[in-house]
Write a protein of this length. Structure first.
Length: 468
């Protein structure tokens, strides 16, 4: 039996447990009117915000400032490229705003599994056990349970901002959001009558090209990029984003790894048994997650290809303070593990979780374990300059999002039928999403300008953090 099949059965069992805990909060009968579900950010809503984006960002990142000013500087640098990268690093700010604008109606609508940080750069290539490559949602650090509209609003805003950075006019970005909304709605309709109706979604030419590149990836290329021979053994190359760890962290990671290995299903544990840790490094990836502990483990075994595992710190979702659904996942790492399995069917045989000693009061003890994928690549939407290709990409992603949201029924939550009923007529849903995406994108652009201006005077926003 393939390792992926073993893991699939284990995760299906875990989803059954999740379904029992989550079902009471599904709110499947909720059918909020479109105006409540996707209310645009009108002038009254903007005036209700009455907050400083700079202070909110500084306050949210105060723990990163306390742990590592250098990492915070790196995070702010990545956020300061443009308004789209600012949106990526400030998901908490959007949910803060939505609560201020919508109040209790923010929670209205059937509850399903949410990716939690849905934007156009959070889709990546992956492969199924049969070797089929596809593009789907990734990065479930902010996964949560709530109404689908929260993912949709964030995605729509990102379409506008990424489209603007790619050079498109407002009339074109409005059409792109409409393309997303219409395709998503139609895909939900198809899913509601036949969950298998969409099958393998045909990818646009640019996506196929990216997938072909991903197919050629191999462990030798990854090792050549990330490792070197040092003192007679294979070790990670150090860089600005790959950093050495202390002896204390090394000991903690090794102990956690042995605990993780002891709890793997038999065939998976047998596969990993010959491997030993050759090196450990701290790695810095992403934008919003910069500042969280992320350890890479270089594993070697005689006569076998080396591999790299990752242990990634998982903290409460940025949605948690604003969406009043109880934690139905248990350990924080379970949110990532179970939602990624349910929403994109990921079957990494080495997926798991461990408990790590806290380095300090600010660190979580819940860590996700996964194998660094060899075939992971993505499309930067801001580099797609052709309107037809941008539209095709958005529509392709819309189908993937519809399938992912429909997977809520695997976890005892709402599926396609319930979500569709909450959206109202297709034309109204599309209009509301277009209007919201553009009006909130304008707010993000204003916030970005304030952020960039403050950053130029105070690179760590220390004054804003102190007075936030």
């Amino acid at each position: 039996m393939k390792l992926e099949s073993i893991v699939g059965k284990t995760q299906q069992h875990s989803l059954m447990g999740l379904a029992k805990r989550a079902a009471p909060y599904a709110d499947k009968s909720a059918t909020a009117a479109p105006a409540t579900t996707l209310r645009a950010l009108d002038s009254r809503g903007i005036s209700q915000l009455d907050r400083s984006a700079v202070k909110e960002v500084a306050k949210f990142n105060s723990n990163v400032l306390a742990k590592s000013p250098d990492l915070l500087k790196m995070k702010y640098s990545r956020m300061s490229v443009n308004a789209f990268t600012f949106l990526r690093g400030a998901d908490h700010l959007m949910y803060h705003d939505l609560q201020r604008i919508e109040g209790k109606s923010m929670d209205k609508g059937p509850k399903t599994l949410l990716q939690g940080d849905m934007h156009l750069a959070n889709f990546g290539s992956m492969s199924r056990p049969d070797g089929k490559m596809f593009m789907a949602l990734n990065d479930f650090d902010e996964a949560y349970v709530g109404p689908a509209k929260l993912d949709l609003k964030r995605l729509a805003t990102s379409v506008v901002l990424a489209g603007k950075e790619a050079g498109f006019a407002p009339s074109q970005t409005r059409q792109f959001v409409a393309d997303f909304a219409g395709t998503y709605y139609d895909a939900l309709q198809a899913q509601s009558t036949n969950p298998q109706s969409l099958g393998d979604i045909k990818a646009p030419a640019d996506v196929e090209k990216t997938l072909e590149t991903a197919k050629k990836s191999n462990i030798q290329d990854l090792l050549a990029k990330k490792t070197e021979t040092r003192n007679g053994k294979l070790a990670f190359k150090m860089s600005d984003t790959t950093l050495p760890v202390s002896d204390k962290v090394t000991g903690d990671v090794k102990k956690a790894f042995e605990g993780y290995r002891s709890k793997l299903p038999g065939p998976v544990a047998k596969e990993l048994a010959p491997y030993q840790i050759s090196d450990i490094a701290s790695d810095v990836m992403g934008t919003g997650s910069v500042g969280r502990a992320r350890y890479h483990l270089l594993l070697t075994a005689s006569g076998k290809p080396s591999m790299i595992l990752e242990m990634k710190e998982e903290v409460p979702s940025a949605m948690a303070p604003y969406v009043k659904t109880p934690n139905v996942f248990g350990a924080q790492a379970n949110r990532d593990l179970l939602t990624s399995y349910a929403m994109d069917g990921r079957l990494d045989p080495f997926f798991g979780r461990v408990k790590m000693p806290k380095r300090d009061a600010l660190q979580s003890s819940s860590f996700l374990v996964r194998q660094i994928p060899l075939d992971r690549t993505a499309i930067d939407p801001t580099t797609v300059k052709d309107a037809g290709k941008f539209s095709d990409l958005v529509k392709y992603y819309a189908k993937e999002v519809a399938i992912s949201h429909s997977s809520g029924d695997k976890a005892g939550l709402s599926g396609a039928k319930e979500i569709l009923a909450s959206l109202g007529p297709k034309a109204d849903f599309s209009s509301e999403l277009v209007n919201f995406g553009h009006q909130y994108a304008q707010q993000v652009q204003r916030d970005f300008k304030s952020f960039a201006s403050a950053l130029a005077k105070d690179p760590l926003l220390e004054k804003a953090a102190l007075h936030g």
